[in-house]
Design a protein around this ligand. Structure first.
Ligand SMILES: [Zn+2]
Length: 521
């Protein structure tokens, strides 16, 4: 019955209010309105106004407070206009510029890593200067260096300086090398293991590592490290966190490894790293630059939730590491191995292998595609040994697990050295034969030359000797001819004379006969 009574009362009230309101309108007198009616009308007007204002705000995107609440990590480091009002206006610049501090690692008598002619303290300073120069091309950013020359500063002093200039972020630049040289390779970023310093550091490092990978370096990942006291291991990160400042330590590459060496050969490449660091920072802080013609205001920075606990490093070896031989080429010594390894904490990073049962290992190799648990690779096993294959799989913290051991039959092929030696021997023989042939040819040529010289000499002599007989011969021929002509002429004369004599005799005989005839008569 109660609800019915309530509705009844409410309806009666409404009827009464309607009546009095109509009376007011008729008499044109607002004071005649009862108190409750006036309150209801006021409330109605207020809610109408509020709803109109809310819709205008939503349509014109004027909801800064709501947006900030939606992306607490992404804008965590970029000073918001609200912060400016929080009592620091007198110290901070009026435009609430972003303040970045770059710390070139080492300095003074603390050289850092040294390899060949390279000194880490010099490399980091050049990189830091290039990073500063590049970052200053962006709008609304102030950049400081903890040192701009070669001098020693303690880690506390570096952080204190950053705090003094009210830094929003501290970038600590380094170059790496491994204890035994030429074993580790790649780039890595170290971040704090605590709270917002972890999430902010990780979000920046994600961009930085991506850029270093694009450059061609292998990623050793984004990592935390805890010291004995349970705080961050790296002093610069630890002191920064103590001062509520986020710090990321960038190890650009390993200056002592042949894989990374082509990326850090000299000043130009160290400066390239600096510009790359600046671009990553600009993306993280969503800066824009008219000079460079870039605008990162919409850059998709990774959202890293602030961890509730300590982000501890991986202290355990890979969980699984197994091998299987899928092929063995007896003629070449090539053995194909399928390696399956898993590390549930920090993933797989490298592997290395041994064919003598684990006594000696070949240099570490990159795992490659870190999303895959199984990789296949081919190793070359020397001949005349019994191959005993074993592989080590390394996780993101350089801890390894040794695989099962596989024994294979010996292979008696010729090694490259043997083939090369044989080839060299053959070449030597061929070269000797060629030399002998050349010598012979040379001797033949000399002999031929001598022969032809002799021949030429002979012909010359012959010609010379032939020239004299020719004249005498000619003269003889001429003489003979003359003699012949003379004898011919003589014989002609004799013939003619004898003919004449015969004619004369015949005439005389005829005359004598005719005289004898006359006598006889
Ligand atoms: Zn260093």
């Amino acid at each position: 019955m109660k609800p019915a009574c309530f509705f009844h009362k409410f309806w009666k009230n409404m009827e009464y209010m309607k009546k009095t309101f109509r009376q007011c309108l008729q008499t044109n007198n607002i004071t005649a309105l009862p108190h409750q009616t006036a309150v209801i009308i006021f409330c109605l007007c207020l809610s109408l106004f509020l709803s109109i204002w809310l819709s205008v705000c939503i349509y014109t995107d004027m909801m800064p407070i709501l947006e900030a609440a939606e992306n607490p990590v992404e804008t965590g480091n970029v000073p918001l206009p609200e912060d400016a009002a929080a009592g620091e206006e007198s110290e901070k610049p009026p435009a609430q510029k972003l303040v970045i501090v770059i710390d070139p690692g080492h300095g003074g008598d603390e050289e850092g890593g040294m390899y060949d002619s390279f000194m880490e303290k010099e490399m980091t300073l050049i990189t830091a200067k290039a990073m500063k120069e590049e970052l200053e091309k962006y709008e609304d950013v102030t950049v400081h260096l903890t040192r701009d020359d070669d001098r020693k500063i303690s880690l506390e002093e570096r952080v204190a300086f950053a705090k003094e200039v009210q830094a929003d972020f501290l970038f600590c630049l380094h170059y790496n090398l491994s204890k035994d040289h030429n074993t580790l390779f790649g780039a890595e970023c170290w971040v704090s293991a605590f709270g917002r310093h972890y999430s902010e550091g990780y979000a920046f490092a994600d961009i930085e590592i991506g850029a270093l990978e694009d450059l061609g370096l292998y990623s050793r990942g984004i990592k935390t490290r805890i010291g004995k006291k349970g705080t961050d291991y790296y002093g610069i990160i630890r002191h920064a966190v103590e001062q509520d400042l986020t710090c990321v330590l960038i190890e650009h590459c390993h200056m002592d490894h042949e894989n990374d060496r082509p990326f850090c050969e000299g000043k130009e490449q160290w400066e390239t790293f600096g510009r790359l660091d600046a671009e990553s920072a600009a993306k993280y802080f969503r800066l824009r630059s008219d000079v460079l013609g870039v605008d990162y205001s919409d850059y998709p920075v990774m959202e890293v939730p602030i961890p509730s606990g300590v982000m501890r490093p991986d202290t355990t070896e890979p969980d699984i590491c197994m091998i299987e031989v899928t092929d063995q080429e007896m003629e070449t010594g090539n053995v194909t191995v399928e390696l399956s390894a898993v590390d549930y904490d920090s993933g797989m990073l490298y592997y290395d292998y041994s064919y003598d049962g684990g006594n000696t290992y070949l240099p570490r190799l990159a795992w490659g595609d870190k999303t895959k648990d199984t990789i296949t690779f081919t190793m070359n096993v020397p001949p005349h040994i019994v191959p005993q294959i074993v592989v080590r799989g390394y996780n993101g913290y350089d801890l390894y697990t040794e695989s099962n051991l596989i024994s294979l039959p010996s292979m008696d092929y010729k090694t490259e050295e043997e083939i090369a030696a044989e080839l060299a021997e053959q070449e030597k023989i061929a070269a000797a034969a060629k030399a002998a042939a050349e010598e012979e040819a040379k001797q033949n040529a000399v002999a031929l030359e001598n022969q032809s010289a002799n021949y030429r000499e002979l012909t010359k002599k012959e010609k010379e000797t032939k020239k004299e007989p020719t004249i005498s011969y000619f003269l003889t021929v001429c003489l003979v001819c003359v003699l012949l002509v003379i004898s011919l002429a003589l014989s002609m004369v004799l013939i003619l004379k004898s003919k004449k004599r015969r004619k004369r005799r015949r005439r005389r005989r005829r005359q004598a006969q005719s005289q004898n005839g006359r006598h006889n008569r």
